[in-house]
Design a binder for this molecule. Structure first.
Ligand code: G3I
Length: 395
């Protein structure tokens, strides 16, 4: 289903939820239903949240091997997917004349076979992007004209190949600087104010226009981290998008990565997201997506490698996940959000075991290292029902 249509459906069903009996059913989900996430009797988180948003995961090619435990998990739990690394420029387009489409083809085939939404991550990024884009054969930096041509060819080739098959593209990733303004990436440095109109949003504008030309029905997203907590970034993003949307640049929504931790202030998240949602005054169809959700067991000022997972900590961790998902359901009820993607599904495979501290043991997801459901999973499974029960008790 195309996302714009889906959002309408989500809004309609949110209205229905408030007027009819609970669509999440009467089921009380308990840990004795299934110990391992790959068991046939395991329930499904995307099913439980279907009246609010799609629930997805970043995955890797090994997850797509049919019949394996990992395949059983992802196929049952999620209905929207992003490849964690394999659609990034360094993998899909490692040198000017070489494209590696294998993994992305595999994801798209899986999506078609099992009726899943497929996201493409990402076309233009400063990281995991090979140097050939920015330098010529002699090692000199290319001109703005050359880089624009290379970027257009890259985007057109990839987006056209998956026209009608990849529903959503993270067209530009992490373009905003952590303190103020745009990140000084090679894209920005070389292309700069290409049309001479006084702003330097040009590479972003060209990227979106090129992607839109290649697939006018794809949902085109600008994706970034810390938008939910770093208000400087949120304001920069808001100001840029306001101008670009007013100029008619085809940007359909903003992707909030949402790499948070167990202490993240959820009310600040709400405020920042609501600022971005004001862009709907310019484009009523503008959406917010949560694109890379995980919840670190270490705060940003904690550099340790091990964390003692006490009962008390687990309660705090599970409660934070519930608080966040409640916020996301609120946003869905307002018609702002229809997609929530976790950045992986099991603690053992998370990027957070190596970042920002290498070799640490983190526990940021809903399934543990043995592929068993964690208590946070069961809490989230019961949340929509509890929310609906509370809403009807208040009527
Ligand atoms: O593929 C090589 C492998 O051949 C080699 O043996 C191994 C040794 O370290 O490295 C492997 O590459 C790693 C790659 O992931 C694939 O596993 C890189 O070192 C590692 O840096 C890379 O990390 C990825 C990171 O992006 C790179 O910036 C993470 O898996 C991936 O989760 C992460 O994803 C990003 C999103 O794209 C954008 N938002 C932030 C998010 C988290 O950083």
């Amino acid at each position: 289903m195309k996302k714009k249509k889906l959002l309408g459906a989500v809004m309609a069903s949110a209205l229905l939820v408030s007027s009819l009996a609970s669509c999440s059913g009467e089921v009380n989900y308990t840990a004795d239903m299934a110990e391992y996430a790959y068991e046939d009797k395991a329930p499904s988180i995307c099913e439980v949240y279907k009246d609010y948003f799609q629930v997805g995961s970043a995955i890797n090619p090994r997850d797509l091997e049919e019949g394996t435990d990992r395949f059983n998990i992802i196929n049952k739990q999620f209905n929207v997917f992003t490849l964690e690394n394999d659609t990034k420029p360094e993998t899909i387009h490692p040198s000017e004349d070489v494209y590696n489409f294998d993994s992305t083809d595999q994801l798209v085939e899986f999506g078609e076979k099992y009726d899943k939404t497929v996201r493409g991550h990402t076309l233009v990024w400063h990281s995991q992007c090979p140097d050939w884009f920015f330098y010529d054969d002699e090692g000199n930096q290319v001109t703005a004209d050359v880089l624009v041509e290379r970027m257009k060819e890259h985007i057109t080739t990839i987006v056209s190949r998956y026209k009608g098959k990849i529903d959503t593209w993270d067209v530009c990733n992490e373009v905003v600087d952590d303190s103020y303004g745009l990140r000084l990436s090679n894209w920005l440095k070389i292309i700069g104010d290409y049309d001479g109109d006084g702003d330097n949003y040009d590479y972003i504008q060209i990227a979106f226009e090129t992607a839109h030309e290649a697939d006018p029905d794809a949902r085109l997203i600008i994706n970034d981290y810390s938008l939910e907590v770093n208000s400087n970034k949120t304001i920069t993003m808001y100001n840029m998008l306001k101008q670009l949307l007013e100029e008619g640049v085809p940007i359909d929504g903003v992707g909030i990565q949402m790499h948070i931790d167990y202490e993240t202030d959820v009310e600040r998240m709400r405020d920042n997201i609501q600022l971005l949602a004001k862009l709907r005054e310019i484009d009523p169809d503008f959406v917010i997506e949560v694109t890379e959700l995980d919840l670190s067991c270490f705060t940003s000022y904690d550099n340790s490698t091990e964390k003692e997972i006490t009962e008390e900590f687990t309660e705090q961790f599970d409660a934070k996940y519930c608080e966040v998902l409640n916020l996301l359901m609120d946003l869905s009820d307002e018609g702002i959000l229809d997609t929530v993607v976790f950045w992986g599904y099991d603690d053992g495979s998370s990027w957070l075991n190596d970042f920002p501290v290498e070799g640490r043991t983190n526990y940021p997801l809903l399934i543990d290292r043995d592929l068993k459901f964690k208590s946070a999973y069961w809490d989230l499974m019961n949340l929509p029902r509890q929310r609906e029960e509370e809403a009807s008790a208040q009527e």
